[in-house]
Design a protein around this ligand. Structure first.
Ligand code: DC
Length: 225
């Protein structure tokens, strides 16, 4: 069982702020697996595009830009850091500017193709927990466990609101709820691998669950693999 667990792959998908990264991190920690935040990869490219003034609707230019981007992850004192061409961008990729443009950047087929190639390369050896939008459907279609996390847009906006205000960022809950719904719409309606539950994914509605409860539920799902 232990040896098997070391090699398993877990795909966690769902809409923005459904708790994917928090849960994925904890599960990876509990099972000693690698955690890969695929959203951070799209965010890093968006950050690079902002810096280089690459238009978000120019697929070709974005792909060329991506070819120059080395996106890497490393653990530092228990915290996962994201670097872009050796520069730590962990904080910058969470900015509102990046958040507001990442959906458009990630909607391009050729951008996704290269990102998926990089993600599959990282996942090749197994022993991984990945979170994103297309992990169970495209990146890891043969994952040992696929979970689709959902929560109401209001609940997700409220979680995001608490997170941002705790960090001293001034935002309105109404605006966040609207942005959340707009991003959901964009992510589920784009042509290239839209956000969609894989047929064999288990849906977990976390609207009325706390983190602990979600983790326990996930660990019991791993036990049943
Ligand atoms: O999970 P996140 O909010 O950091 O993701 C940022 C954006 O990237 C989100 O709007 C959708 C996109 N994304 C994607 O299209 N596919 C993934 N596997 C991960 C994220």
């Amino acid at each position: 069982m232990e040896a098997y667990i070391e090699k398993i792959s877990i795909a966690i998908d769902g809409p923005a702020s459904a708790g994917k990264s928090t849960i994925a991190k904890k599960i990876a920690e509990a099972l000693h697996l690698i955690y890969l935040d695929t959203g951070a990869m799209y965010r890093s490219l968006t950050f690079a595009a902002l810096n280089n003034q690459t238009p978000f609707d120019n697929e070709k230019a974005l792909v060329s830009l991506l070819a120059t981007c080395t996106i890497a992850f490393k653990m530092e004192n228990g915290v996962q850091k994201v670097s872009l061409n050796d520069e730590d961008v962990t904080q910058q990729i969470r900015s509102m500017d990046v958040t507001n443009h990442v959906s458009e950047v990630s909607s391009h087929v050729a951008v996704r193709k290269e990102m998926v190639r990089r993600q599959q390369e990282i996942a090749e050896a197994g022993g991984i927990v990945m979170d994103g939008r297309d992990i169970g459907t495209v990146v890891l279609p043969h994952a040992d466990l696929k979970v689709f996390l959902v929560a109401s847009a209001e609940e997700r906006a409220s979680r995001r609101y608490q997170e941002l205000t705790a960090n001293g960022v001034e935002v309105s809950l109404e605006q966040l709820t609207e942005d959340m719904k707009a991003r959901d719409h964009y992510d589920t309606h784009r042509t290239a691998s839209p956000l969609k539950k894989a047929e064999d994914a288990i849906e977990l509605n976390t609207t009325h669950m706390n983190i602990e409860e979600v983790i326990n539920e996930m660990l019991s799902l791993v036990d049943k693999i």
